[in-house]
Design a protein around this ligand. Structure first.
Ligand code: FAD
Length: 375
């Protein structure tokens, strides 16, 4: 039996735990310093922009496509296995184009996606208004409708992944911060293929054959302990929940709307999420950046942007405001899915920045592939 310890139980760690729990001969242990789905995952809107993203080749597209394919079965599979309900929306994403000069780029994307086997529809403003009468089309040049993209509640998903992995025999230890490793040489970077055989929390030690670090913003301190620092910095995001007196638009067509990078996410029961801000930290220390506070003005600007394309939102009541920190790699592209240099049994699955919910299933499959390759 191969013992694998996953550090971090946000959506990425939970997806890895679930995918590994399906493998024969693997015992999965997950350790988190908090409860599941508390980090960046707790703040996410769960919008999966795969086909409608402008990433069309190489790793950026391959990860998106692999996630999209896994999502086609994953949610139903988890609901059947765990009996839990996962709020999700399969009515696609409608992106609003406000600048005529952006249209050729969308047309080119449409042609590429068609060749790749995915359909993107380019709608005239009149069609946007017919299908989504709640949207103001005065400034709209075109609507780009992607029927295969989706949205999923990140907390529902993460908790279902945990329950599914548990049903398959994985063990979870919460409120247990990982503070050290056996086999991490004192004060020096290790030699190639060095192995860490034990993961320590203040209360427990976990003997292990392989380690996956999916700790989001906790990655830097953990990798510092291992003398191979991987800088992952925070990017603040704020969002809000609105309640309306009646649903927006056509009840039988409620896609996620995106306009000027502002999402409007229908949740049912006349509730909607609106967000999110993308706020880079000041050029100060990592600690200052982590402590940066959410400014209400920035979220108000996002709400104003949503009201500009969906005026009925102005009548809504704000029932919740929140913020979270996205884990963004510094000096390399997001996400970081690779072995930790110098170690033969530590794998990084972190730094998913703005797309962790979308990319969690593909990340989990990539980790599974690598662990299978290592034998
Ligand atoms: C406002 C907002 C909106 C977003 N919207 C979307 C969206 O629409 N679509 C999308 O795909 N993504 C979205 N994201 C991004 C998404 O939230 C992240 O990419 C994703 O949650 C990252 O998941 P994770 O599991 O890597 O990290 P996290 O959710 O942060 O989980 C990391 C876990 O590691 C644990 N940990 C850290 N250090 C240690 C340690 N030493 N020991 C034990 N445990 C440790 C933490 O407690 C935490 O539970 C959004 C983010 C924000 C803030």
């Amino acid at each position: 039996m191969k013992r694998i310890t996953v550090i971090g139980c946000g959506v990425v760690g939970a997806a890895i735990a679930y995918e590994l729990s399906l493998c024969q001969g693997v015992q999965v242990t997950v350790v988190d310093r908090a409860a599941p789905a508390q980090g960046s995952t707790a703040a996410a809107l769960g919008v999966g922009m795969a086909v409608i993203s402008h990433k069309v080749k190489d790793r950026n597209w391959q990860l998106r496509e692999r996630s999209l394919k896994r999502y086609q079965t994953l949610i139903a599979e988890l609901e059947a296995l765990t009996g839990r309900v996962i709020q999700h929306n399969t009515q696609g994403i409608l992106s609003l184009c406000f600048e005529a000069e952006d249209l050729p780029r969308w047309q080119s994307l449409q042609a590429i996606r068609h060749k790749q086997g995915y359909e993107l529809e380019l709608w005239e403003p009149e069609r946007v208004g017919d299908r989504c009468p709640h949207l103001s089309t005065a400034e709209v040049i075109a609507g780009i409708y992607s029927p295969q993209d989706f949205q999923v509640n990140p907390t529902d998903l993460t908790l279902a992944l945990v329950a599914g992995a548990q049903a398959n025999g994985a063990e979870f230890h919460f409120d247990q911060p990982v503070v050290g490793f056996d086999g991490a040489e004192a004060d020096t970077a290790p030699q190639e293929d060095h192995c860490c055989a034990v993961v320590h929390t203040p209360d427990q030690s976990f003997a292990t054959d392989a380690i996956v670090i999916s700790a989001g913003l906790g990655t830097l301190p953990l990798t510092q302990t291992l003398h191979q620092p991987i800088p992952i910095g925070p990017v603040l995001g704020q969002a809000l929940r609105l309640h309306l007196d009646k649903p927006l638009g056509n009840l039988d067509f409620q896609p996620v709307i995106n306009g000027n990078d502002i999402h409007l996410v229908p949740l049912g029961d006349d509730d909607y999420w609106v967000g999110a801000t993308v706020e880079f930290p000041p050029e100060t220390s990592f600690e200052d950046a982590l402590a940066m506070s959410a400014e209400a003005d920035r979220l108000d600007e996002v709400l104003d942007g949503a009201i500009a394309y969906c005026p009925a939102l102005a009548e809504g009541t704000i029932t919740q405001r929140w913020s979270g920190l996205r884990p963004r790699p510094q000096g390399q592209a997001a996400p970081v899915i690779q072995g930790l240099a110098g170690y033969g049994n530590i794998w990084l699955a972190t730094g998913h920045y703005r797309n962790g919910v979308l990319l969690a299933p593909a990340t989990a499959l990539a980790v599974r592939d690598e662990l299978e390759r290592l034998g």
